[in-house]
Write a protein that binds this ligand. Structure first.
Ligand SMILES: [Zn+2]
Length: 447
């Protein structure tokens, strides 16, 4: 990544998707990484200091849900381990893998993954990080060792990272013996809050690093602990993003209902004040009243369509949720796919396959690509606590440049650019990527 200069830089794009829609000949000025001017139909004078960019500027898209180490498992669990394979059998393979990695391994895996994410047009990653402890389950002398490894990997790869250290305390709603891998995940509340504090001390003022927090799930943390840790964290860090896996699996829904008489999302909302600083990851199995609750709360739903398909989770009722005013973002989760085009395309295709209709998530005034891509940018930024997601004055200069000579993009105008980007699958049109006003190297991972 090139150094942020702290100076003002001016770029001229032949086409850009700004907060006011598509325009040609768009000047974007960046000062200290923030967009300080946007001028459409700009005609440079001979001595203007403007860098002319060949390509189309669109907002950078955040990846709100990643488990970096699972990249090594992608494609290695595509066989039956019994008569009925499921999320739960996959999880055992994932646990076996989680026991293996040292901090150095995690750095290498994460750096490789993050380079791929950048090359595919993700500007930020929300790393849902629960691999905290040493191999035997004891804490590292420095409790941020594993978190530091993934943050350094992101810094070296050139992607923004919102580290989401995860509180994980038990094996299930009804706690049993911990799997050896789970011992690497478990923290008590005091250590968790200290971890947050130390991460903020080490990284809180570093460019392109944000500190969030997460609860693994309602299974892994008792609801009263979720409520009390949320309350403490909100007093210390009012704006901190909070993420949680919820309602991903029918087993979880059934177990929650039988134990507490409520479905997982109902149960969470009953006990905890959930608002727009929350990201509910998956929320696959929600009924109409839960959809209304989530939409009204302003929480983002973090959808990971390729992982949800791979694990046989189910299909999120996206049409009903969006019609209710709900906000979604996307994530690469288990890393079976590392590009945002496929996530958004599958989000739409799953709706088509279950409704026998087309263009389900578009509307009368917006094509599907136009409806999905900008929304995932804006809500992704919200989910990671970023001042980003649109190209407008005062926002971070996080910009993806699509090659206007790429087959999918050439000759496309206006919203067709988003539609071609998502639905004309002919490789990767991402040509350049700017983070915080500086160009990030795309490295050797371009397709
Ligand atoms: Zn996950």
């Amino acid at each position: 990544m090139t150094d942020a200069t702290g100076n003002t830089k001016r770029y001229l794009f032949p086409t850009a998707f700004t907060v006011n829609g598509w325009h040609d000949d768009v000047l974007i000025e960046c000062t200290n990484g923030i967009i300080s001017e946007v001028i459409a139909d700009f005609a440079p004078q001979p001595n203007d200091s403007v860098e002319q960019i060949r390509g189309i500027a669109i907002p950078g898209i955040p990846n709100v849900h990643s488990h970096a180490f699972q990249r090594r498992l992608a494609g290695l669990s595509e066989f039956r381990t019994g008569t009925h394979d499921s999320f739960w059998t996959w999880r055992q393979l994932m646990y076996d893998m989680a026991t293996r990695w040292s901090p150095e391994d995690i750095y290498e895996i994460a750096r490789g993954l993050y380079s791929e994410l950048i090359a595919n047009g993700y500007t930020w990653v929300g790393e849902f990080h629960y691999l905290h402890n040493d191999f035997d389950g004891s804490p590292y002398a420095d409790i941020t060792t594993m978190s530091d490894a993934v943050i350094r990997a992101a810094q070296d790869a050139g992607i923004g990272i919102c580290i989401l250290p995860v509180l994980y305390q038990r094996s299930g709603f009804v706690p049993g013996d911990l799997d050896p891998a789970q011992k690497r995940f478990v923290l008590d509340e005091e250590v968790f809050l200290r971890l947050l504090d130390q991460l903020r001390a080490s990284w809180g003022t570093t460019d392109n690093v944000k500190i969030g927090m997460a609860f693994h799930s309602l299974r892994a943390v008792d609801i009263s602990t979720i409520a009390s840790v949320t309350s403490t964290a909100r007093k210390l860090y009012p704006a901190i993003p909070i993420h949680i896996h919820v309602a991903e699996q029918l087993n979880e829904v059934n177990e929650c209902q039988s134990l507490f008489g409520l479905r997982p999302v109902e149960y969470l909302y009953e006990h905890v004040e959930v608002d727009g600083r929350w990201c509910l990851v998956h929320a696959t199995h929600v009924n109409s009243s839960e959809i209304t609750k989530v939409a009204e709360s302003g929480a983002i739903v973090g959808l990971c369509p390729t992982t949800e398909a791979n694990l046989g989770d189910g299909i999120f009722p996206a049409e009903e949720f969006i019609e209710a005013g709900g906000s979604f973002a996307i994530g690469s989760d288990s890393q079976v796919c590392t590009n945002p085009r496929s996530e958004l395309r599958l989000l739409e295709y799953a709706q088509r396959l279950t409704t026998n209709r087309r263009a389900v998530l578009g509307n009368q005034s917006q094509s599907v690509g136009r409806a999905l891509y900008p929304a995932a940018c804006q809500h992704g930024a919200q989910a990671l606590g970023l001042n980003a997601g649109t190209l407008e004055i005062g926002k971070r200069a996080d910009i993806v440049v699509l090659g206007n000579e790429h087959y999918a993009i050439q000759n496309a105008k206006g919203d067709r650019i988003f539609d071609r980007y998502l639905f004309c699958d002919s490789g990767n049109p991402v040509e350049r990527l700017m983070l915080d006003g500086s160009w990030t190297e795309l490295g050797g991972h371009r397709q």
